[in-house]
Design a protein around this ligand. Structure first.
Ligand SMILES: [Zn+2]
Length: 103
């Protein structure tokens, strides 16, 4: 997990039509541990807002949100449902606000 601070607006309710970053998974690892394409931020538009994410350890509601996204890759787009927000670490398959991301 990185030591980046959580942006002050991270817990605000996301809005349909808001542009955010989706973190791609990257291509599968090769036998030598390298990847043809690594995980990186992609532009995405929120298409639906669900609810706050639940911490799997405590089952408590968190400040992060679950949304549906239209992800805009340089060579195509795809739709991804029930994507969890993650502001500190940027794991593949999560989304975050753009404000404090330098991608
Ligand atoms: Zn980003």
């Amino acid at each position: 997990m990185s030591s980046q601070p959580v942006p002050p607006d991270a817990g605000l309710r996301p809005r349909v039509g808001q542009t955010v970053h989706y973190v791609s998974h990257g291509t599968p690892l090769r036998s030598d541990g390298s990847q043809a394409y690594t995980s990186r931020c992609r532009a995405a538009v929120i298409t639906s807002v669900h609810k706050r994410a639940v911490d799997p350890m405590t089952l408590d509601e968190t400040a992060m949100w679950v949304v549906d996204l239209c992800v805009l890759n340089p060579t195509g787009q795809f739709f991804n449902q029930h994507v969890v927000q993650m502001e500190r670490a940027h794991d593949g398959g999560t989304w975050h606000v753009r404000n404090f991301c330098d991608a």
